[in-house]
Design a protein around this ligand. Structure first.
Ligand SMILES: Nc1ncnc2c1ncn2[C@@H]1O[C@H](COP(=O)(O)OP(=O)(O)O)[C@@H](O)[C@H]1O
Ligand SMILES: [Mg+2]
Length: 251
């Protein structure tokens, strides 16, 4: 079966000012994929995600989303995003869980209008997917890191996206919450058929959980979704040093 290609990136370059940050990135993401993007700090992972989400504009090359050039793409509700450090609110931040989730409701044809009963029902629905339906009236800053994370996942799910991007979602989350989190992602991917792209530092866990690994170093893609386990292993060793022996679990 040939899965539909949701995202296609070719010869992508990006620079902040004069600094070339990404060079000649080529990557396809297909429906049903569960991809982990790993690589050292500063290797361009977040930049790549922001380019795909249209937050940054490419300096060269092209990005296609759902078969359309990104310049002509309007269906942003099909793409969910949990940004890096989404879970660092201070206790006084004046927004409730319901407000944080509801504020992301896209006002399109197929989604309920913000403020309506349907919209409130949808907020409760996504909160219950992440087991946070009892926390709707709480201030976001009063929740634990793991709970905030689930709220931000609910926020990203509210428009029923086909693909979900998560940027370093396990930073600052305790071990139990991380286990629940990976279980949740597995349900999204396997049962809800949501395509997942996750940026992570957590190489040991990532190599066990995701279907395919993309490894970045120095603004380049060092291994591609179709690289073999042993190619990935040796590339990770090159990038991170030999401590990787302890972290990579071969299947
Ligand atoms: N807003 C910015 N302005 C200038 N340089 C930036 C900006 N954001 C990131 N960079 C630089 O771009 C490179 C890639 O950053 P980033 O994509 O955040 O890496 P990663 O997510 O892999 O840690 C780094 O060298 C970083 O310092
Ligand atoms: Mg980053």
């Amino acid at each position: 079966m040939n899965a539909e290609r949701l995202i296609s990136i070719s010869n992508l370059d990006f620079q902040y000012g004069k600094d070339l940050v990404l060079t000649n990135i080529n990557l396809d993401i297909h429906e049903g994929d569960y991809i982990g993007i790993v690589g050292p700090n500063g290797s361009g992972k977040s930049t790549l995600v922001k380019l795909i989400l249209g937050i940054l504009k490419p300096s060269g090359g092209c990005i296609e989303l759902f078969g359309k050039d990104i310049k002509d793409f309007n269906d942003w509700e099909r793409i969910g995003y949990v940004r890096q450090k989404a879970t660092s609110f201070n206790p006084g931040f004046p927004a409730t869980v319901e407000e944080v989730v509801g504020a992301n409701l896209y006002s399109g044809r197929s989604t309920p209008k913000p403020g309506t009963k349907k919209a409130r029902e949808r907020v409760n629905e996504v909160l219950s997917i992440v087991n946070m339906e009892k926390f709707g009236k709480r201030l976001i800053g009063n929740l634990s890191g793991g709970q905030q994370q689930r709220v931000f996942i609910a926020r990203a799910l509210i428009n029923s996206p086909q693909i979900l991007f998560l940027d370093e979602p396990t930073v600052g989350i305790d071990a139990d919450s991380q286990r629940d989190f990976y279980q949740l992602l597995e349900i999204f991917n396997q049962e809800m058929r949501i395509t997942i792209v996750m940026v992570s530092h957590d190489i040991g866990v990532i190599t066990q959980k995701v279907g395919r690994i993309v490894c970045m170093g120095d603004g380049k893609l060092l291994c591609h979704p179709n690289s073999s386990r042993s190619e990935i292993s040796s590339m990770l060793k090159k990038v991170y040093g030999n401590t990787m022996d302890l972290l990579i679990h071969d299947h």
